[in-house]
Design a protein around this ligand. Sequence first.
Ligand code: AGP
Length: 371
Amino acid sequence: TAAEKGGYEWFMTKEIEEQPKAVADTLLGRLDQDGHLQLDEMRLTDDELREIDKIIVIACGTASYAGLVAKYAIEHWTRIPCEVELASEFRYRDPIIDRSTLVVAISQSGETMDTLMAIRYARQQRARVLSICNTNGSTIPRESDAVIYTHAGPEVAVASTKGFLSQVVACYLLGLYLAQAKGVKYGDEISSIIDELHQVPAGIQRMIDEGDQVRKLAAELVDRRSFLFLGRHVGFPVALEGALKLKELAYVHAEGFAAGELKHGPIALVEKGLPMFVVVPPRARDQLQEKILSNIQEVRARGAYTIVLVEDGDDSVVPFADVVIRLPKVPTLLQPLVATVPLQIFACELAELLGHDVDQPRNLAKSVTVE
Ligand code: AGP
């Protein structure tokens, strides 16, 4: 109803704007300044967590992209090998799991059948299951050994927005928690990450406040039928998420690629005027930055219309960008939390301009309760 939308035309716009709060609430009360974490719903003891020698993240759709971000953070902080797999593939391939495997199931609704069947399978194989979920008391957390709830509040729009950002935050919390349980020495990096996490809601707010730039861009590109998204490292899942939002909402062809894969195939798609979003890693990642810069040049030379998401103060890409979208400076691992926001706004606006139902895209359901 209109009242539930609180004056917004769509739940999705409301939920995009609730993201600073969703992220802050997911952090709330869980992290102290010394980097010590408290997770109430963690029913696995530190001893049990120390036995974990492999992590498999399973999820579907947008939640699986949160899982891809998690892999970078968890392996980096904990040195525990972490794989990410689509829930629908996981249990049909005879995966190697046992008591020392931690299966992490990510689901906003907690009712996604593919994910539920995957955790049931994992528990039959004696793996421990931790879920990251936004819906209290839903089936997936009820059937898990431990839960980290994301505190995003109810997500109504079919396209996940605040659900995704809060899942990413919960994955960071899990990574930091495991590092703590394992006794990985909390170096400067980890304490600065915790400080930076608390700054992120303000960065997300800024991306929302600057949304008009991408809304205008959507108006300019409203007749395009194909969009590509490029990223590296944690920018790769951001690219996948940007493309999925556009497919779901605007019903146009959109694909996300790891930038390094460009020359292994996708560059053949590039033709004059093709809009190409590129997520540039922070400058701290010099090597990656250099490489993505040459990717941008390659596609631009072939006529692509380049829309470059890049942190404040980094002007290296400006000569090759048709449009520059500025991101606040954050550590590389946290960049998805700010970089995803303009892509959500773009997809939402394009769908609206095309006259589509933003909250209820055709053929989709909010939670997919069939396999
Ligand atoms: C996201 O925009 C999608 N509608 C979809 O991919 C969704 O993320 C997926 O179905 C998983 O849902 P869940 O998080 O509720 O398990």
